[in-house]
Design a binder for this molecule. Sequence first.
Ligand SMILES: [Zn+2]
Length: 412
Amino acid sequence: MSLSERNSYKFISDFRDVEVSLMTEISDLINSINPDLIKRILVDLVKTPSENPPGSTSDIVHYLHTTAQELGFSSEIITAGPGGRENHVASIGDSTRSIILCGHLDTVPAGDVDSWKFPPYGGHEKDGFVYGRGAADMKAGVAAFLGAMASLNENKVPLLHKIVFTGTAEEETTMIGAKALLKAGIMDHADFLFIGEPTSLQVGIAEKGVIWLILEVRGKAAHGSMPELGVNAIEGACAAIPILKKLVPLDKSELLGQSTLNIGIINGGSKINVVPEICTLECDFRLIPGVDADKLATSILDSLKNLDNMNPCIFSSTFSSKLPALYASPDHAVIKNLMKWTSNLSNASSSPIGLTYGTDAAILAPATQVPFAIFGPGDPSMAHQTNEKVSVEEVVQAAKTIVATIAEFSQK
Ligand SMILES: [Zn+2]
């Protein structure tokens, strides 16, 4: 064996030693995850209502602020908007570059409380599940993130990244929480973004874009007994519906399937004996990457112009929401690590998935082109349901997977 061969052998051997010791440290870290702490945080979060509407996250943010300080994290509260809309930011480490663990703190309302098996804000535990509004979507993800950070902090793992938890307000509606974080510069030095939405521990690397388009149809009022003197806006809206359906792009994405349209609200008319002057259609488009929202709106209005001859209404459109579709490369090191640890530690599929709905990533990721993964405990079909629940074991598995993934990617 030549000297250079010996040196390269030694290098490989050193490298293996480093790798073996890293794997040992990671398995120690996984074992250090504290299920009792995670369950306590989850139950406390469920017991702290944060319904949206009305949208205040103040109570839950103050709970998290205290908890983060008790765990030895840096912690701050960032105002996101009026009416108690607050974000919570907690971090460990002092590196310049960061990894963001983002979870929304608001929930949809509990609805009819009497139809719940257990009170929606009781934090009731049964057969390994915690029940309550927000248990899966997504107080479980928040508890898993904090449990993972506690383990990294207690074990004083030397990391190349500052680990930053961000709890956001208003994800279920306007996403002003995420927008406030962006404005505060949270994403400026981020190398990766985790979103803890419930995915049953599957790894989401794509999400559909959201376009809420309000189509206003304007006709001409007249007495209902003389409809020939008016232009019926409701009839104009009905004539527009098949045209809107035809304009949904047909392209398919491997992870996201096809773009879709749901006409969620139709509003028009004032009295039975009046030809309606105005009718509005609220159209919820869910689009795969590559579809341009503005071009779609232009082609909708262009197509509706041809309708004028048969039904001389005037059509105009506005957007009430516009979020881009997102796609992250499955070859990114964090995503590869996440897939590996997911299949090592749980029974979840090792193939990446796409989500049909938008998350805070739609605000946080595009601005800085930061790669992302949507990964969290809880069955996505539980979201917004009566008797929402989450498996405590799954929340603990999520924390273990996150801690292993971060340690492998970021350890010095
Ligand atoms: Zn959610």
